[in-house]
Design a protein around this ligand. Structure first.
Ligand SMILES: Nc1ncnc2c1ncn2[C@@H]1O[C@H](COP(=O)(O)OP(=O)(O)OP(=O)(O)O)[C@@H](O)[C@H]1O
Length: 209
């Protein structure tokens, strides 16, 4: 379980994130909200890609700061924009990310190549692939090593509808055993355990338990 406690993050003079106490449980949690409401800012904090100005995040009761190294090996992160890594092939990018995550096995690379239907394009450079396929590669790197916490910012943006449907099912299965947090404008497209709404930097839990 992820606990958010008194989190504050100032982004500009016009915008800051401010979240009191909130718990995100195992399962699939969707965050929706208007453009600019702060979803990406919050997901960056949950993924430990940025630090709060005040407050803290805890994973199973332990503050992020106390076990950041171990924690990061347990976080998969899909940012909102595709990071191009233009010159790398699919396989090179996955090997690079597997290295960053602590030299994960070849088997773990092979399994995400299969899971995200990337086997046939493993030797293609990122800059020769469509935005939709690039997105699938970015999704694949997040699943390397099967992390317990999956943080995904509009994961199915640019992905074709057929593939998106397949991936929704895959994510739902994955979320049965893990904590998956997804920012998406359409919460109804997902079978959620928890639904949060972001409004002007504040996060509300709309789940009916
Ligand atoms: N690097 C930045 N510099 C200045 N302002 C920023 C920066 N990044 C985000 N913002 C501002 O912070 C606020 C929150 O942005 P954020 O991207 O977190 O919202 P969002 O809900 O994810 O929006 P979207 O759905 O459009 O991605 C917005 O007002 C945005 O303009």
């Amino acid at each position: 379980m992820i606990t958010v406690r008194g989190l504050k993050k100032k982004i500009s003079k016009d915008f800051h994130l401010e979240i009191g106490e909130l718990h995100i449980r195992q399962g699939l949690c969707v965050i929706s909200g208007a453009s600019g409401s702060g979803k990406s800012t919050f997901l960056e904090l949950v993924a430990s890609a940025s630090d709060p100005d005040e407050g803290e995040l805890l994973w199973n009761g332990i503050p992020y700061k106390q076990h950041l190294g171990v924690l990061r090996s347990q976080i998969g992160y899909v940012p909102s924009e595709v990071i191009a890594y233009e010159e790398m092939t699919t396989e090179q990018l996955l090997r690079y990310m597997a290295g960053l995550k602590g030299n994960l096995s070849t088997q773990s690379i092979e399994s995400v190549l299969t899971l995200f239907r990337l086997v046939d394009i493993r030797r293609r450079r990122m800059n020769s692939l469509s935005v939709g396929i690039q997105r699938r590669i970015i999704l694949a790197q997040a699943f390397l090593g099967a992390p317990s916490i999956m943080v995904m910012d509009e994961p199915l943006k640019h992905v074709d509808p057929f593939e998106a449907e397949r991936l929704r099912t895959l994510f739902a299965l994955y979320a049965r055993r893990n904590t998956m947090i997804i920012a998406d404008d359409d919460p109804n497209a997902w079978i959620t355990n928890q639904h949060l709404t972001m409004e002007s930097g504040k996060l509300y839990d709309n789940t009916t338990y």
